[in-house]
Design a protein around this ligand. Structure first.
Ligand code: F0G
Length: 487
């Protein structure tokens, strides 16, 4: 089974490096500040990389959300935006794009992915319901729980293994799905949720075969299938790369088949394209009518849904670009390169390479930091201090506490280093890998973190932490010793 995600370009000398299939015409200056300033910045930011200012950041690998590079065609489309509260031509262009790319007729716009989750959860979830899913996403879980539902994660054993060569770690475990339906009864399950390129387990895709099986079971029990399509383009790319049946199928047709399997899909346009926004799509008029009235209440009128018309134009163009192999392969190719290099160097990283980012295993990297002291958060802070590269904690800080106030320890402690589409170059990627290698060789210097300010909901966004000792200063001192005045 082929598991790599590299753009289909072979090198004469056998190298496996990603090639940028675009040229850079607009650039943005970056800042690589001295380590003393980075130390102050992370302290000011409560050792939470969400609270940093981009002025202090060199490579911003926090997320791909809203940070993918726009194409020339997207940027120029924004000039023809049709400003209108209702009936805007821009909206109809986007509606057409969604109908063509996702194959769904009824469209409801939303200002971003979690807004779609709010509306769907409010309409379909009632107290005591359960939602089986391949894996939750943070905002999805919050919306399901706020509406009285519970998330049931029914991933396969392979999903949370750090090192694996399974091509589809995002698959639902079909036997567990059958058991969950038997245990809870179909009437308690408003929908089965499938997340494309499953974010929190390392951007891991599911296969079309798995999706078809889920559909078959759902049909038997009359349960809806909801697809989180925020990273659908990359999942389709992996299906083409890794699932024999689809190796000669156009991405456009893979996308259409994936969407056709779902009764309803929603997406964050910040990820699918590079513009703010999102939406809900279905071919079922009853589903559409149930959801429709909440859009003007929470999002805005049905022809803008909280987005600006400029964003709507760029989103329409971005949707068509999602069907282009040479565009959609860019982020997975760079991630594949970074993951392979780290793996070769013995640095623990989630394999096989997935979508969205390269996911470093913080428990393997920092085995001396107990999970209660948030190794992934500590690793994110340490990497920022020594390199100016900003990643995101995806571990216990992103989890919640139980009813007794104890941390529910995450299945995996990951430092996510996002590769937004077409943003970073190969030399910048090599800089990141070099600094990660130094950090790995000096990992004994990194210590844990503790909360000093902890919001009750989605604490990872605004929570503030502090180091358990003066390890950040010691780490910075060693960096100065080794690198002198180098940035
Ligand atoms: N679903 C998935 C799978 C996501 O990855 C995200 C966002 C959302 C829903 C929510 O969409 O941000 O537009 O409201 N993921 C971002 C990330 C935040 O950094 O991974 P949103």
């Amino acid at each position: 089974m082929k598991t790599n995600g590299t753009a289909p370009i072979k090198f004469y000398n056998g190298n496996q490096i990603p090639v940028e299939l675009h040229k850079v015409r607009i650039v943005q200056k970056l800042h690589l500040k001295p380590i003393e300033e980075r130390l102050t910045a992370i302290e000011k930011g409560g050792y939470n990389t969400f609270l940093l200012n981009t002025e202090d950041i060199f490579l911003d690998m926090l997320t791909d959300s809203g940070t993918n590079a726009m194409s020339d065609n997207q940027a120029s489309s924004m000039l023809r935006a049709d400003d209108a509260y209702s009936g805007s031509q821009s909206y109809y262009r986007m509606e057409n794009a969604l109908r063509e790319v996702f194959g769904k007729h009824y469209i409801l716009p939303a200002h971003q992915g979690r807004a779609a989750e709010n509306v769907i959860s409010k309409v379909f979830i009632k107290e005591g319901d359960v939602i089986p899913t391949n894996y939750h996403f943070t905002t999805t879980m919050a919306h399901i729980e706020i509406n009285g539902g519970k998330v049931l994660e029914i991933y396969t054993d392979e999903a949370i293994k750090i090192k694996s060569d399974h091509p589809f770690k995002g698959n639902i475990d079909i036997n567990r799905l059958k058991n969950v339906i038997k245990e809870y009864g179909a009437e308690k399950i408003p929908f089965i949720r499938l997340e494309a390129s499953t974010n929190l387990i390392g951007g891991q895709p599911f296969s079309m075969a798995n999706m078809r099986e889920v559909r078959e079971i759902a049909d038997k029990h009359n349960i809806m299938v909801v697809l989180d399509a925020s990273l659908i383009g990359e999942n389709a790319w992996f299906i083409k790369q890794r699932e024999e049946e689809f190796k000669n199928t156009h991405i456009k047709d893979i996308l259409l088949e994936m969407c056709a399997i779902s009764d309803l899909l929603y997406f964050s346009s910040r990820k699918v394209t590079s513009t703010r926004g999102g939406g809900i799509c279905t071919n079922d008029k009853d589903i559409y009518m149930k959801l429709r009235d909440l859009i003007p209440l929470y999002e805005g009128f049905l022809t803008y849904g909280g987005m600006s018309v400029r964003e709507i134009e760029a989103m329409a163009v971005g949707l068509y670009e999602t069907t282009d192999d040479t565009i959609i392969c860019q982020s997975p190719s760079f991630i594949n390169y970074a993951v392979n290099e780290l793996d070769k160097a013995g640095i623990p990283v989630v394999t096989p390479a997935g979508a969205l980012g390269c996911h470093v295993d913080a428990m393997g990297f920092l085995p001396h930091v107990p999970q209660e002291e948030y190794p992934a958060g500590a690793l994110a802070s340490a990497l920022f201090i020594i390199s100016g590269c900003r990643g995101m904690e995806r571990g216990t800080i992103s989890s919640v506490r139980d009813e007794n106030g104890k941390d529910i320890l995450a299945d995996m402690e990951l430092l996510r280093l996002a590769f937004p589409r077409r943003v970073f170059t190969l030399s910048q990627t090599m800089f990141l890998l070099d600094r990660l290698q130094w950090l790995y060789d000096n990992r004994g210097l990194v210590g844990g973190l503790k909360f000093v300010e902890e919001p009750p909901v989605l604490r990872f966004f605004m929570g503030r932490l502090a180091p358990v000792s003066d390890w950040p200063q010691k780490l910075a001192a060693k960096f100065k010793e080794d690198f002198g005045d180098s940035l």
